[in-house]
Design a binder for this molecule. Structure first.
Ligand code: ADP
Ligand code: MG
Length: 595
């Protein structure tokens, strides 16, 4: 009965949109689309983000028919970003659905981003009918081969009967161990062809959540011993700890031991940014001086300066905890390497340290040094933030934003200076409440992440807001997703920090003078974008209106009004000085290890 209803919907859609003969669906069996939908449902998939076209229109309808939410986006890349953000937020992979050839290829950047971020994601793309392969089929492409290097698992189910098995494996693989990407290739013939319903085991098992990997007690003891003897211990909290839902355990560890901690960008909020133990404001100093670093769910890659001198003391000892043992000793040799999920490790460690009655003195030399540095750096930031002269600087903008947004908002952020400076001033006191360009430094992720976060909030945390803080260049990559937000009634507050360029731009007169000096292609600075673009007017495309801000008061008013809108997005376009800059850095931001 249920399947007949699906077939009916599918036939109507097929006729209406594709003008193909309904013959394909007239058998007594069940087709690939419905097997796929049922299988995903069975594996707990809740959200699909995608763009439909041949051959996946019916696929999307089949998804909706089984109760999966389908969000139609404007670019496959953004859909892929949305699907992976939902995976990070819920712990279950979101699905990105794409058409064949170019559709799947547009997902590749998103797949790489998820894989590099270690987030679970399942990409499903239609592909050309198998009997058109090799003879120039429509949008024919070697899709499994193209996806393989961005995935943990990439396969084309060989028959309709085997779809449930491969869906189960794809979902499980995406989540197991270090999370990542799975790809399922679905030729039109596989999707549309039917098999006898009796012969498909739609009840193909759901393995359920895997048990957590627990640490070797001897290694916990070793870690506790090293930490308790350290003079200058430091905890680094990465997004692996956020993904591993280790917040409660970590808060207890930090509160009990008074060890200072540093969150990585997306590790922010696992322990509150406002915790007295958070030493983000003395980050350089903390890394430089620590004698033992407890590294929890973060890689010693470029973001953490490879764990090497000159950013760390040459004799600094690392206790590395990760779900993926392949990660151990990659850039420096770790003193203790623990293969474990963060949560059980931290619980066991806290217990060991309490047996040792270990707690760091807040008035000891280590804390004193950090506090002094925090004070000095905070004073610099405050001075900038209190300078409200127009055009505004970044610090004044972020201080105003922070003061006016709800404190439990999910903050999405991307851009160069916008993201870097914003990270320090926009606080996260809850885990998984910051989504940004991540390990891969991908620009264009913001609107897709915001769509996913807003869908997630609507279902799980209805009163929570999503604030999407974008540089003007970053916004340009996926700006058309504003239409998606509008269509799905997602009240995302988009704040564009507009300096008219990449890193920085130029004011109108300066840009005009430069462009009139010769050939426009040779004279337009590559970092320039048009000056003072009125991005907020995009809201007028939907009969709404946005906000243009030049002053602190403008920003306050715009945020207050945007918060009142609960059924649509808003755009707050803040014009800042094209030459506004960040705090002078002690080290080049990407300090080479050889320095
Ligand atoms: P960040 O960007 O915050 O520094 P990374 O993405 O570099 O974080 O590192 C995250 C690390 O966390 C990866 O090495 C990954 O294997 C690990 N990880 C992911 N989930 C867990 C978990 N539940 N327990 C332990 N480690 C995890
Ligand atoms: Mg800019």
């Amino acid at each position: 009965m249920f399947f007949s209803r699906l077939r009916f919907v599918n036939q109507i859609t097929t006729r209406r949109f594709l003008h193909v003969s309904p013959k394909l669906n007239q058998g007594m069996g069940i087709d690939g689309n419905n097997i796929l939908a049922e299988s995903l449902k069975k594996q707990g998939v809740e959200y699909v983000f995608g763009i439909v076209g041949i051959p996946v229109i019916e696929t999307s309808l089949a998804f909706q028919s089984v109760g999966i939410k389908y969000v139609g986006m404007r670019n496959e890349q953004a859909a892929c970003y949305a699907a992976q953000a939902v995976g990070y937020l819920t712990g279950k992979p979101g699905v990105c659905l794409a058409v064949s050839g170019p559709g799947l290829l547009h997902c590749i950047g998103g797949m790489a981003n998820a894989q590099v971020n270690c987030w679970p994601l399942l990409v499903i793309a239609g592909s050309c009918p198998e009997d058109h392969e090799g003879i120039g089929g429509f949008q024919e492409w070697l899709q499994v081969e193209s996806s393989r290097q961005y995935c943990k698992y990439a396969v084309r189910p060989p028959s309709q009967k085997l779809i449930p098995l491969h869906v189960e494996r794809a979902v499980r693989t995406a989540c197991a161990g270090r999370p990542g990407v799975a790809y399922l290739d679905m030729p039109a013939t596989l999707l549309m062809g039917e098999v006898d319903e009796e012969k498909v085991s739609l009840d193909y098992y759901n393995a359920g959540p895997l048990t957590l990997a627990h640490p070797d007690p001897a290694l916990v003891e070793k870690a506790a011993d090293l930490l308790s003897k350290a003079e200058r211990p430091l905890v680094i909290v990465g997004k692996g700890a956020a993904y591993g839902r280790a917040e409660e355990a970590l808060r207890k560890l930090v509160d009990d031991t008074k060890i200072p901690f540093l969150p990585t960008p997306m590790g922010k909020g696992v322990v509150p940014d406002e915790s007295p133990q958070c030493v983000s404001a003395a980050r350089t100093q903390a890394l430089l001086k620590a004698d033992v670093v407890l590294l929890l769910g973060a890689r010693l890659n470029w973001m953490l300066h490879f764990g090497q001198s000159p950013r760390y003391a040459p004799d600094c000892k690392i206790i590395q905890v990760d779900i993926s043992p392949e990660e151990f000793h990659n850039s420096v040799r770790s003193e203790v390497a623990v293969h474990s999920d963060i949560k059980p490790f931290v619980e066991a460690l806290t217990q060991r340290l309490s047996n040792k009655k270990f707690s760091l003195q807040r008035d000891g030399a280590w804390w004193q040094g950090l506090k002094e540095k925090q004070k000095k750096n905070t004073e610099f930031v405050e001075a900038q933030a209190n300078d409200k002269s127009v055009p505004l600087n970044y610090f004044a903008v972020f201080k105003t934003v922070q003061a006016n947004i709800p404190k439990d908002s999910i903050i999405v952020s991307e851009g160069a200076n916008t993201m870097d400076i914003g990270r320090g001033l926009l606080l996260n006191n809850l885990p998984r409440h910051r989504l940004d360009a991540g390990t891969f430094g991908t620009m264009g992720v913001g609107p897709g992440f915001a769509v996913a976060a807003a869908m997630y909030c609507r279902d799980y945390e209805p009163n929570k807001r999503v604030i999407c803080v974008e540089g003007d260049s970053a916004f340009g990559f996926s700006g058309m997703e504003v239409e998606t937000m509008f269509r799905y009634k997602l009240p995302v507050i988009i704040i564009i920090v507009n300096n008219s360029g990449i890193y920085g731009g130029f004011d109108k007169e300066m840009l005009r003078d430069m462009q009139s000096a010769g050939d426009v292609g040779q004279c337009t600075p590559p970092t320039a974008l048009s000056s003072e673009v009125r991005y907020e007017k995009m809201m007028e495309m939907f009969g709404s209106s946005g906000y243009l801000c030049r002053t602190v008061e403008d920003i306050e008013k715009a945020i207050k009004e945007s918060i009142k809108l609960t059924d649509r997005p808003s755009i707050i376009n803040i014009l800042i000085s094209p030459q506004a800059n960040r705090k002078p850095q002690t080290f080049n931001w990407l300090t080479e290890s050889k320095l």
